[in-house]
Ligand binder design. Sequence first.
Ligand SMILES: NC(=O)C1=CN([C@@H]2O[C@H](COP(=O)(O)OP(=O)(O)OC[C@H]3O[C@@H](n4cnc5c(N)ncnc54)[C@H](O)[C@@H]3O)[C@@H](O)[C@H]2O)C=CC1
Ligand SMILES: O=C(CO)COP(=O)(O)O
Length: 333
Amino acid sequence: MTRAAVLGAGAWGTTFAAVLADAGTEVALWGRDEDVAAQINAERRNERFLPGMDLPEGIHATADAREALSGVDVVAVALPAQKVRGIIGPLADAVPDGAVVASLMKGIEVGTHARMSDVLRDVWELSAERTLVVSGPNLAREIAVKQPTATVVAGTDSSAAEMLAAATASSYFRPYTNPDVVGVELCGAFKNVIAVGVGVTDGLGFGHNTTATVITRGLAEITRLGVALGAHPDTFSGLAGMGDLIATCASPLSRNHTLGAHIGRGLSLEEAIERTGGTAEGVQTSLSIQELAREHDVDVPICDAVVAMLHRGEPIKELLTQLLSRPRKAELT
Ligand SMILES: NC(=O)C1=CN([C@@H]2O[C@H](COP(=O)(O)OP(=O)(O)OC[C@H]3O[C@@H](n4cnc5c(N)ncnc54)[C@H](O)[C@@H]3O)[C@@H](O)[C@H]2O)C=CC1
Ligand SMILES: O=C(CO)COP(=O)(O)O
């Protein structure tokens, strides 16, 4: 039987632990809060991060990360993107030599512009073959009640990706493998920025035409940057690309979408973060994406508008006017 450790007992780490347990994988879930771990073990609930959701028996939660990592075949990391480097650094010697390591995170590190799998590789000195990415239309609360969905397990070593896919597959969770780590990971991070943008237009009271426009042109931005970074163009129309954009931009469960809607209704960034709760990666990742795009000479106007709104407090209506009055261009280039 495969043995897994999930680091991070927030909404997604807890849900992913449930996915593993339901697939028959033995799973240890690490969270820094002892009360959260105790409640998961005693009541099969994580009321702080996943309120109202029942968890399967197979999860052993612990506040001791070294205990969680001991003897596992798979390590899955679900921590806030901007904090993960500091949190996992001291655990390098506790990661078993042969274990594959998967990033479940959807962000790009500010300053380094590193994708999360690169942060894991860097901090834990992992080979590319041992490092995987899981990304797709995976809103935690829907999966926690076993609503059917699919995801992508990306890895350069197909046998490692297949191993994790087998360790997560169940009657409600269908993993597909994909060798395009760069594309899958960029999709997950960038779609959070686009979801903030869609949330803003919702908050302004605009309808489905606007939503569809931002999603579709957002996908064009993601694809342009991804291809410039060496990704496979087909990844962007797949589950991690279009699939996750649809889920995140359409759902009120999305923290990024919710945060954007608060901004659109006139809240400040601080108020919107407070009201949203949970980790809205798009806020900081918008800065990294904008800088990455500049480095690669890629045009990302929606991301630019999100950065201007969130980080420079520029008026939304003026930014919208600027977006719509840019020089016209052909859709196909
Ligand atoms: N929630 C969702 O539906 C999904 C989330 N993700 C991604 O997973 C990642 C984690 O997101 P969530 O679990 O939703 O966030 P969350 O906000 O629900 O949980 C964050 C977790 O990180 C822990 N944490 C924060 N600071 C810490 C520190 N200094 N030391 C130790 N632990 C710390 C918290 O205690 C908590 O367990 C993000 O990158 C997100 O984009 C990916 C797919 C779905
Ligand atoms: O990544 C997600 C769904 O696939 C979750 O989105 P949020 O982080 O915006 O809640």
